[in-house]
Design a protein around this ligand. Structure first.
Ligand code: SF4
Length: 371
């Protein structure tokens, strides 16, 4: 059964009501459980868990150190294009926004890659808007082949594709797929994606399954916080990751919970998530999913990122640019959103070390697969 089928009859309102009815003893039971159920996740996310956040944080820290050690794996995004056919109301690349658009040439992509390689990065994430006319699956394959000698790991965060297309990309050297549902609330999803192919909730939700079947080594799901109730989004994304862990056990599963940032179009989040909510969500996800990676981007402020390091974070971006050409040849093209942590890569790495953690530039090499 796919995740889409698994949650077809699960109502958002039921989930919300169940979370709000959880009691202190439900939270205590969830904290002490050997193996935690989805019901435990609902308890950990509940308002009843708020006064126990310190207990959650301690368990989170212990589990993360036990499973991952004191290391933070660093990666950087490369934006290939800011062209997009969708109209996601919260995104700077929305096709209706009158921004300067650009798509990098193959030479420019290599310049971006060389700049990141020189900064020490060995893990990169390639991003585009949804515009296969600007960056086609074949283009992505050629880019992956060209970048392979420079990086140990290449992930993509682009438009949804079918399994055979993903298989081709894996052959070309892409090992990770990042795809966020943005909001698991169907009605909300329809409102914030008024047109374009992304309007298809089911196809998007099924994408990590298609990636899992193709054999990606890393699968990263997420919810964009600010679009809807963060507790219920957290419950769905946790459930989604747990499903992927069960189903695609050969893949490393990671979860992201990015918060909305100011962007062209001026969308104002209707359900903002506070810093405390971020901490709470991260703890609940770590305790429920001890083996999942938790990813934190430069959308978050430096101070909060530093505070979250001893909790559940395993992967962080640093020194990021969200516009095409942002590293090697800054130009007029607009970014997807405003970065919050504007520190340099070296500053972030130094801070990680100062906190007693090791900044990890490379945790595996695709060459192992082909040895
Ligand atoms: S979120 Fe993605 S699909 Fe939507 S407008 Fe932005 S780049 Fe396009």
């Amino acid at each position: 059964m796919s995740f889409l089928e698994e949650i077809r009859n699960l109502s958002w309102d039921w989930m919300k009501a169940t979370i709000s009815e959880k009691t202190t003893s439900d939270v205590e039971r969830a904290l002490q459980a050997e193996k935690r159920s989805h019901d435990d996740l609902l308890a950990l996310l509940s308002p009843a868990a708020e006064p126990m956040l310190e207990d959650l944080a301690q368990t989170t820290h212990r589990l993360t150190v036990q499973r991952f050690g004191r290391v933070i794996q660093l990666y950087a995004p490369i934006y290939l294009s800011n062209e997009c056919v969708n109209a996601c109301v919260y995104c700077g690349f929305n096709r209706h926004n009158r921004i300067r658009r650009a798509t990098l040439t193959p030479e420019e992509v290599l310049e971006e890659a060389a700049a990141l390689n020189q900064s020490g990065f060995r893990h990169v994430l390639l991003l585009t808007g949804e515009s296969p006319g600007s960056v086609s699956p074949d283009d992505l394959g050629r880019i992956a082949e060209a970048l392979r000698p420079l990086f140990a790991s290449i992930s993509i965060e682009v438009y949804p594709m079918d399994t055979p297309s993903y298989s081709v990309l894996i052959e070309k050297g892409v090992d990770g797929l990042t795809i966020y549902q943005e909001s698991y609330h169907r009605g909300r999803y329809a409102t914030i994606h008024p047109s374009g192919p992304k309007r298809d909730y089911d196809r998007r939700l099924d994408t990590p399954d298609r990636g899992g079947k193709a054999g990606f080594r890393r699968l990263n799901v997420g919810a964009l916080l600010g679009l809807s109730d963060w507790r219920v989004e957290g419950a769905f994304v946790g459930m989604h990751a747990a499903y992927l862990l069960r189903r695609y056990w050969q893949s490393h599963i990671a979860v992201s919970f990015p918060r909305l940032r100011p962007a062209a179009g001026g969308y104002i989040p209707e359900h903002p998530a506070s810093d405390r909510a971020m901490v709470h969500l991260m703890c609940a996800l770590r305790i429920y999913l001890p083996d999942a990676g938790l990813v934190l981007s430069t959308r978050e402020p430096a101070q909060l990122r530093d505070n979250l390091i001893p909790l559940g974070v395993t992967h962080m971006s640093a020194g990021s640019r969200t516009s095409p050409g942002g590293y090697a040849s800054p130009r007029d093209a607009e970014g997807q959103f405003e970065i919050n942590d504007t520190r340099s890569t070296r500053e972030v790495a130094r801070k990680i070390t100062a906190l007693g953690y090791e900044p990890l530039w490379k945790d595996w090499d695709a060459a192992f697969l082909h040895a």
